[in-house]
Design a protein around this ligand. Structure first.
Ligand SMILES: Cc1ncc(COP(=O)(O)O)c(C=O)c1O
Length: 204
């Protein structure tokens, strides 16, 4: 019989003493927000770890998605092809940008968007694809890229489940136009609440 509990959803936390020691200088500096020392350190460390050219910390994964989509300036009412098999944030981020989500089915084998169904959903109003890497399984990046080039669409990956994953020797956040990570307490890597957007190009 196992005498050790295996926690499936327990959040990881740093050793208490080590954490308290690390944040002690904050009582001196009183710099708790707005690009403080730890903000910059984390951004740099994450950029290296995730192997992406550009990364910006956000308040959470949802806002990272919402802002990443907003940054492309799509016209109101434009269509975005996405997946229904995700956390509701993905759809909310599209709708809150006054865009219309168009759902593409997913593959039974791994739950990611079925790339063979995307082209049939493209209309003259389509501006972007928002695929989701599911539980560490990554989407068919090459095929989605091919479609995006062909129809001049942006790709914004919801990579909330893909922390630290690489593909063809590059960080997963290097693919598409932008990728969004979540550092929510339930995620593999957490900052209690937090997120980031990685742009594959220097557009902001
Ligand atoms: C696929 C997916 N997208 C977006 C989010 C939103 O991230 P956050 O909870 O950091 O806002 C989550 C979080 O559970 C998620 O699982």
């Amino acid at each position: 019989m196992l005498d050790q509990k295996i926690f499936v959803t327990q959040s990881s936390m740093p050793p208490y003493e080590e954490y308290i020691e690390a944040i002690k200088p904050l009582w001196e500096s009183r710099w708790l927000t707005n690009m403080g020392e730890w903000h910059k350190k984390l951004e740099e460390a994450l950029g290296k770890y995730l192997d992406v050219p550009e990364i910006s910390l956000m308040v959470n994964g949802h806002m990272a998605l919402e802002l990443a989509i907003q940054s492309f300036g799509f016209p109101e009412g434009a269509e975005v092809i996405t997946t229904p098999f995700t956390f509701i944030s993905t759809t909310h981020a599209i709708v809150r940008n006054r865009l219309l989500p168009v759902f593409c089915d997913v593959k039974l084998c791994d739950g990611t968007i079925d790339e063979s169904g995307i082209e049939d959903l493209i209309t003259e109003k389509t501006v972007a694809i928002v695929p989701v890497h599911v539980y560490g399984h990554i989407c068919n990046i090459e095929e989605i890229q091919r479609i995006a080039y062909k129809y001049n669409l942006k790709i914004i990956y919801d990579a909330a489940h893909a922390f630290g994953i690489s593909h063809q020797g590059k960080g997963i956040g290097c693919y598409g136009d932008a990728s969004v990570f979540s550092f929510h307490a339930t995620k593999v890597y957490n900052t209690i609440e937090g997120g980031a957007v990685a742009f594959s190009d220097h557009i902001i």
